[in-house]
Design a protein around this ligand. Structure first.
Ligand SMILES: *[C@@H]1O[C@H](CO)[C@@H](O)[C@H](O)[C@H]1NC(C)=O
Ligand SMILES: *[C@@H]1O[C@H](CO)[C@@H](O)[C@H](O)[C@H]1NC(C)=O
Ligand SMILES: *[C@@H]1O[C@H](CO)[C@@H](O)[C@H](O)[C@H]1NC(C)=O
Ligand SMILES: *[C@@H]1O[C@H](CO)[C@@H](O)[C@H](O)[C@H]1NC(C)=O
Length: 411
C-alpha cells in the first residue's frame, strides 16, 4: 500500500501542497488498507457525533500506530480511501500539487443556543456572479420565532470574494435550502407558526421575493428543507418534522414526512416517497445528477446525531417522459458520521455530502473516494461548485477548494 505524503511548502500559501515523498504527512493522507480494516488498537470506540480521527482508544490501549493514524488523519486536508480521489484533487499519484482547502470567510459566532448558522441553502447565480447562502438561527424554546431577515451574498467579482449580509424583500421565513433555476434563486423555507413553509423565488439582482408554493390542498408543509429543479421546470423538495420537532417553530404537522415532485409548468404536485411508510424518517438534502435521470436524497434520523438514524443517501430514477416519473430507491451510501445534510453532484457523477468534519465524496457507483476536510472543530453543511472551485459552507468558515471537477449544474 502506497502512503503518499505531502508537506506544506512556500507554494501552500497560494493554495498548493507540493509532494515531498517520505516527509511528514500533511495535505493528503492515503489510509493504509490494513489500518483501515483492523483498527490499530485492541479496544476502541467512536460515537456518531465525532469524526473518524476522534476515534477513542479505550483502557489506555493506545500504541504508536493508533496515535500515528489519528495524527495523520487529523493533519490531512484530504483523506484518500480510493485511488480515484487523486484524480479529483488533480494530482497524479505521488507527483504534483494538491489543492488547499482555503477558508475565505469567517462567520460571526452564533447565538448561545445553537452552533449551526448556515444551512443547506447555497446557490450560485451567474447574473450577479455571486453565491447566496441562507442562514437561520433555529429559534429554540424561550427564543423568538422571528426569523433573521438576511442571507449571505458572496460576491465572486473580487478575490478574495466579498461576503456580506443582504436582505431579501419580503423576507424569507427560515429558508433552509436553495437552488438556482433559469435566472432566479429558489429558496425552500420551513415557515413558522404564522407564515407557512414552501418555495419562494428571489431575483438575484433586486432581491425581490415571491411565493411559488405554500400548500397542498390547503395543508401546510411540515418543514420543507431542500430543493432542486430540473431543466423541465420540475422541482423536487424534501419535507420533514424539523421545525416542529427540533425547534418548536411550526404548527402540528398534518402530512407525512416525504419528498415532493412539483411540476412548475402545470402545477401538478405529488409526494412520491415517504407517505404511508417508505425509507425516510426526515428526508433532507436533494440533488440531481448531470443527466437529470438520477435523484439523490439524504435521510436524517430523529436527531442530527441519532446513532441508529438512517444517515443514508438514496438514489432514485427519474424519467419525465413516460410512466411514473420517479422510481426507486436503492441505497447509494451510508455515512459514517452525523448525517448527510447538504448534497451535490459533479459532472462526472460523483456525489458530495456534508458531514461532521468535512465533505464525503463517492463515485457514481457509491464507492467512497475520500473526505475533503474542513478546519479542526468545524463541520461542513453544504457545498456549491463554481467552475472548478468547490465552495464549502461550514459552521465557522466558508471554504474554497480547487478541484479537478465541475458541478453537474449547467448555467
Ligand atoms: C461522543 O464522543 C466524544 C469523544 O469521545 C464525547 O466527547 C461525547 O460526549 C460523546 N457523545 C456521546 C453522546 O456519547
Ligand atoms: C502516518 O503517516 C506517515 C507519513 O505519511 C507514514 O509513514 C505512516 O505510516 C503513517 N502511519 C499511520 C499509522 O497511519
Ligand atoms: C482530471 O480528471 C480527468 C477526467 O475528468 C482525468 O483524465 C485527468 O487525468 C485528471 N487530472 C489529474 C491531474 O489527475
Ligand atoms: C414568522 O416569520 C415572519 C417573517 O417572515 C415574521 O414577520 C413573523 O413575526 C414570524 N411569526 C412569529 C410568530 O414570530
Amino acid at each position: 500500500m502506497v502512503t503518499t505524503s505531502f508537506v506544506a511548502s512556500a507554494a501552500a500559501v497560494t493554495g498548493c501542497w507540493v509532494v515531498h515523498a517520505a516527509a511528514a504527512s500533511s495535505g493528503v493522507f492515503d489510509v493504509p488498507l490494513e489500518l483501515r480494516n483492523v483498527y490499530p488498537a485492541a479496544n476502541f470506540n467512536r460515537n456518531v457525533s465525532t469524526r473518524y480521527w476522534q476515534t477513542t482508544v479505550l483502557d489506555g490501549h493506545s500504541n504508536e500506530d493508533s496515535l500515528a493514524l489519528s495524527q495523520n488523519l487529523t493533519d490531512a486536508s484530504f483523506i484518500v480511501l480510493d485511488q480515484g480521489m487523486y484524480e479529483l484533487i488533480g494530482i497524479d499519484g505521488k507527483n504534483g500539487c494538491a489543492p488547499s482547502v482555503e477558508p475565505i470567510f469567517d462567520f460571526p459566532p452564533g447565538p448561545s443556543y445553537t452552533n449551526r448558522l448556515t444551512h443547506d441553502g447555497i446557490a450560485y447565480s451567474p447574473e450577479c456572479n455571486c453565491i447566496f447562502l441562507g442562514e437561520l438561527y433555529p429559534p429554540n424554546e424561550g427564543f423568538s420565532m422571528i426569523p433573521i431577515p438576511w442571507i449571505w451574498r458572496i460576491n465572486l467579482n473580487s478575490n478574495p470574494p466579498k461576503t456580506e449580509q443582504v436582505n431579501p424583500s419580503p423576507p424569507l421565513t427560515l429558508a433552509n435550502g436553495a437552488t438556482y433555476h433559469k435566472g432566479s434563486i429558489y429558496f425552500i423555507q420551513e415557515g413558522n407558526t404564522t407564515v407557512p413553509g414552501g418555495i419562494v423565488k428571489m431575483d438575484p439582482l433586486t432581491l425581490k421575493t415571491e411565493v411559488v408554493l405554500n400548500n397542498w390542498f390547503g395543508h401546510r408543509f411540515n418543514s420543507p428543507n431542500d430543493i432542486v429543479i430540473d431543466n423541465d421546470d420540475v422541482a423536487y423538495f424534501t419535507d420533514g418534522y424539523y421545525g416542529y420537532d427540533t425547534f418548536k417553530t411550526t404548527l402540528n404537522p398534518e402530512l407525512a414526512n416525504g419528498v415532493w415532485r412539483f411540476e412548475m409548468k402545470t402545477g401538478n404536485l405529488r409526494q412520491f416517497t415517504g407517505a404511508g411508510g417508505g425509507p425516510f424518517t426526515n428526508p433532507n438534502g436533494v440533488a440531481l445528477n448531470a443527466k437529470q435521470d438520477k435523484l439523490y436524497i439524504t435521510n436524517r434520523g430523529l436527531t442530527s446525531n441519532d446513532p441508529a438514524g438512517g444517515r443514508t443517501i438514496y438514489e432514485f430514477n427519474v424519467n419525465n417522459k413516460e410512466g411514473i416519473p420517479v422510481t426507486g430507491p436503492t441505497v447509494f451510501s451510508y455515512q459514517d458520521s452525523g448525517f448527510p445534510d447538504g448534497i451535490k453532484t459533479d459532472s462526472a457523477g460523483r456525489v458530495y455530502a456534508s458531514a461532521n468534519g468535512g465533505v464525503n465524496v463517492w463515485d457514481k457507483t457509491g464507492r467512497q473516494l475520500g473526505i475533503i476536510k474542513v478546519q479542526t472543530g468545524d463541520d461542513s453543511v453544504q457545498m456549491q461548485f463554481v467552475g472548478n472551485d468547490l465552495y464549502i459552507a461550514g459552521r465557522e468558515h466558508l471554504y474554497r477548494v480547487h478541484l479537478n471537477a465541475t458541478g453537474s449544474q449547467v448555467y
